[in-house]
Write a protein that binds this ligand. Structure first.
Ligand code: NAP
Length: 508
């Protein structure tokens, strides 16, 4: 049942008077439930409970935390159709996507359960002593990773399950031994409350301390700011806009004790298409990319927003083919009217910039929050001289840049802001000449996809989902896969410790 209340630890609470409702973008109507924004008192309670829970939870065995994570997965599945229906009514996303995203959420929780069942993920290191060493004796030193403390997670609008309440950030932080306070995304507060109820049930069933998880409602930035500034909060996970992520990062730096903010933000995901590829399979590439650009109404952080190639006749016909194929895709519902408006406004302002040409634009959208795709093109000179064209247009939009020559292509890549991904489409006979391109692109992105499309992020050990700023605020970490747990830990050394006081993993 959805109550509209906050979870302050295990307790449902609505002390405040400010309320809001979610919106169904498909039916273009406000949803029925009313949500209560958390008060400062409730935020303080959640932070205090998280701090108390940390002293117990951080010491719980890996087996116990794995049990908790698996129980969350089970309880989410037990929410069954209620969860799927609520997800759809708050996001406009179709049932298949809802079920797929739930599957990914469950998979992530179980993956972290496997990871932390034994303590090898803590990267234990043992340096033997040499007390006879001259001139200075060497002490016995042992090191491992320990949890950082209570973590605040800002849920993402575009992934109501996999990157929100029990999504990747929460799963990895709980796996590490950090209590989590979720700042629920206001666009899908009902989905957030249902998933929170599953987490609380799982926590109770597996004997986790009260405060290991809280879910804080809010609509507006005040609550998020209070959470980031709270002295008992020790790290932040965020997925969303550059504007929001940067604001929170800056805010955290003003604290008396600055804390890390791991923000995964915007990206235009450059795709480089070689001349040989255009000559060999332009039509196939246009088909693949028309689908990738419009997938999920373009609301993916890995959406291919920028295609780069060198001027040629083949490129000219590829551009018009891509335009036609892209606008032939059915328009899809966007997550919220605000996101649709932002897509239209940003798309228009980019298109209105001098020397930007619209290749194709879907104009017959009948429903209010459905987005028609748009493909535009510019010359390499224009793109280089106008950095306004480098911004993300979140939605089914892509820009093809026609570069003068290879030198200009490389210059453009080297001047791009940091990106989550880059893609190279090339033919086998060219591979030996791609070294410079790979190296230039590698400096700007977190992952290079070869002969594929960037949409789709595998959850696994070898995944990097992050990249140089502003793709993320810390390019040393991934937000997806096992490695994402490393955001919530710090290294700790034990010097000359008695055996019985050492953690099991560091004993002789
Ligand atoms: P957002 O505006 O960045 O908001 C994300 C979360 O952060 C929300 O809970 C929001 O709270 C909070 N927040 C934002 N600015 C804040 C600030 N200054 N101080 C404290 N809290 C703050 O992102 P969104 O709502 O998900 O979508 C808006 C736009 O972000 C999209 O149109 C798109 O351009 C971009 N976006 C990009 C990606 C990506 O993966 N690249 C993903 C999602 C969205 P409130 O909502 O309560 O104010």
């Amino acid at each position: 049942m959805i109550t509209g209340k906050n979870y302050i630890g295990n307790t449902l609470s609505n002390k405040g008077t400010k309320t809001y409702k979610t919106f169904n973008p498909k039916s273009n109507e406000v949803n029925e439930h009313q949500f209560y924004e958390a008060t400062e008192e409730e935020i303080n309670q959640a932070a205090q409970l998280a701090t108390e829970a940390f002293s117990v939870f951080s010491q719980a065995s890996g087996e116990k935390r794995a049990e908790f994570l698996n129980a969350i997965a089970d309880e989410i599945l037990a929410l069954d159709t209620k969860l799927i229906e609520t997800y759809m009514s708050e996001s406009g996303l179709p049932e298949g996507r809802a079920i797929g995203e739930r599957g990914r959420t469950i998979f992530q929780l179980r993956m972290f359960a496997v990871l932390v069942k034994n303590d090898q993920w803590r990267e234990p290191k043992l340096d033997a002593s040499d007390y006879d060493r001259k001139p200075i004796p060497k002490p016995d030193l042992r090191k491992m990773l320990i949890p950082i403390g209570p973590v605040v997670v800002f849920g993402a609008s575009n992934f109501p399950l996999a990157y929100s309440t029990a999504g990747g950030d929460t799963a990895s932080a709980l796996a590490a031994g950090c209590p989590v306070i979720v700042k629920s995304h206001p666009m899908h507060a009902g989905t957030g409350e249902l998933v929170s109820s599953a987490i609380i049930k799982a926590a109770k069933k597996t004997g986790m301390p009260n405060g290991v998880f809280s879910n804080i409602n809010s609509s507006g930035i005040k609550v998020g700011e209070q959470l980031v500034m709270h002295p008992q909060v020790k790290a932040v996970g965020f997925t969303g806009s550059i504007y929001g992520g940067r604001a929170l990062y800056n805010l955290a730096a003003t604290r008396k004790e600055p804390i890390p903010v791991f923000a995964e933000m915007g990206s235009i995901n450059p795709v480089i298409i070689t001349q040989k590829s255009l000559e060999t399979r332009a039509s196939e590439i246009a088909t693949t990319y028309s689908k990738s650009i419009t997938l999920g109404a373009g609301q993916f952080c890995t959406n291919p927003g920028l295609l780069l190639a060198i001027e040629s006749d083949e490129l000219t016909s590829f551009i018009s083919d891509l335009g036609e194929k892209t606008i032939a895709q059915d328009p899809q519902c966007m997550l919220h009217p605000n996101i649709k408006n932002s897509f239209v406004n940003k798309g228009d302002t980019v298109t209105n910039e001098a020397e930007t040409k619209i290749v194709a634009e879907y104009k017959n959208t009948t429903s209010a929050n459905y987005a028609g795709a748009k493909i535009v093109t510019v010359s390499g000179d224009t793109f280089l001289s106008n950095t306004y064209l480098h911004q993300e247009v979140f939605g089914p939009f892509s820009m093809v840049v026609q570069c003068k020559n290879e030198a200009q292509l490389l210059e453009i890549i080297s001047k791009l802001e940091g990106q989550l991904t880059g893609t190279i489409l090339a033919e086998k006979e060219e591979y030996s000449q791609l070294g410079k391109l790979v190296q230039t692109l590698q400096n700007r992105v977190g992952r290079i996809i070869f002969n594929g499309a960037p949409t789709g992020v595998e959850v696994c050990d070898a995944m990097t989902h992050g990249g140089p700023y502003p793709a993320s605020t810390d390019s040393r970490f991934t937000a997806v896969g096992n490695g994402s747990i490393l955001r919530w830990v710090r290294p700790f050394s034990y010097q000359d410790f008695p055996e019985e006081l050492l953690p099991e993993i560091l004993k002789n």
